[in-house]
Design a binder for this molecule. Sequence first.
Ligand SMILES: *[C@@H]1O[C@H](CO)[C@@H](O)[C@H](O)[C@H]1NC(C)=O
Ligand SMILES: *[C@@H]1O[C@H](CO)[C@@H](O)[C@H](O)[C@H]1NC(C)=O
Ligand SMILES: *[C@@H]1O[C@H](CO)[C@@H](O)[C@H](O)[C@H]1NC(C)=O
Length: 444
Amino acid sequence: MLALVPMASSVKLLFLCFLSLFISFSIAQPSFRPKALVLPVTKDVSASVPQYVTQIKQRTPLVPVKLTVDLGGGYFWVNCEKGYVSSTSKPARCGSAQCSLFGLYGCNVEDKICSRSLSNTVTGVSTFGEIHADVVAINATDGNNPVRVVSVPKFLFICGANVVQNGLASGVTGMAGLGRTKVSLPSQFSSAFSFLRKFAICLSSSTMTNGVMFFGDGPYNFGYLNSDLSKVLTFTPLITNPVSTAPSYFQGEPSVEYFIGVKSIRVSDKNVPLNTTLLSIDRNGIGGTKISTVNPYTVLETTIYKAVSEAFVKAVGAPTVAPVAPFGTCFATKDIQSTRMGPAVPDINLVLQNEVVWSIIGANSMVYTNDVICLGFVDAGSDPSTAQVGFVVGYSQPITSITIGAHQLENNMLQFDLATSRLGFRSLFLEHANCANFNFTSSA
Ligand SMILES: *[C@@H]1O[C@H](CO)[C@@H](O)[C@H](O)[C@H]1NC(C)=O
Ligand SMILES: *[C@@H]1O[C@H](CO)[C@@H](O)[C@H](O)[C@H]1NC(C)=O
Ligand SMILES: *[C@@H]1O[C@H](CO)[C@@H](O)[C@H](O)[C@H]1NC(C)=O
């Protein structure tokens, strides 16, 4: 029609305006799709043991929600019993695709809402809770700064109660599970925005500055650093444990935690004599090495602890002093020099597959406490309360030989690639940087 009728210039102009409006709409329409998301992670010492806390925005209207980060946790759960107000929260109906993403689940016969067990992996308390979906808002990043807020309208979580919230850091009302499930934070974010199934975490050693967590691929650029930290990682395969070692899982489910293959341990380049059977995972799920953000310190099976501690004391060459719990091996502060890499002690090297080495330097191996300086590892045999969570939900969980705890992870960039099942790691001390160097000032 337009071709047949000669247009007056004003009509033409109007048409052009429409055309350009249409074009700009169709460019703006496919909503912004982020390649990666970013969250701050704060070390919080308000509870009995340090916790690493993040904050997302959820609900309608949006409110900030503080969550303890649980690397091996399967779920995002939040207390719905107290203070949950939202006009967009919707329960998931039994038989729906939303419920099946949780694997095995329970169904309430009356209202047909599905439910799943959830646990506070800090205290070991578990309950059952309804599965709900609600809006979550989070910052997208270009790798340098937060760039703009994006939201996921139906982000799945389990409704917890006051009893499971107890023991979390001040103001924290739930936990952010990053484990190997279809409903952990990394899985839900990567499927919502179709980005790579990778996430990274960098825990700050200070309670005053924010560490950082990324969902999606790099670049992970830290302010003044000119290097992209995703390009300097060393990789090792992630291993699956066929049996869950966590509380409150249905018996027989595989573990959703992250295990790596430690083959031997070296102190000062000398092999520590160990019973290597303990280093692999047997068919009952016993043994092996996992990584945890809820264990504040690395926990070692008792014979491994004794062997590592003995080799370490010998390599340090200083006398030990009366230990301070939960540690068993301490020195006088005056006997250990301080350096840029932390206390001047020999590295503890975890030798992984293909001779790849994870070096634990002084800043990560040692803890200053009450005028003494201690090897920041805990003997699972001597102090079961800080060791393997000892509660039982119908069956006993297999015991892991080595649990690498948060103190040993601080100021290391860890990237979990779920598609290729590998862990990338790098100590930021080698980059003359730390996990608090990400620039959280929005560049939008
Ligand atoms: C996004 O980042 C900015 C700057 O750090 C922050 O003020 C804001 O609260 C963040 N928004 C969300 C939804 O987390
Ligand atoms: C090594 O550990 C395994 C598993 O706990 C145990 O069965 C075996 O007896 C141990 N071997 C030695 C020599 O202590
Ligand atoms: C942080 O990012 C903001 C926004 O891009 C920028 O203005 C500021 O200079 C950066 N700060 C540092 C310390 O690099």
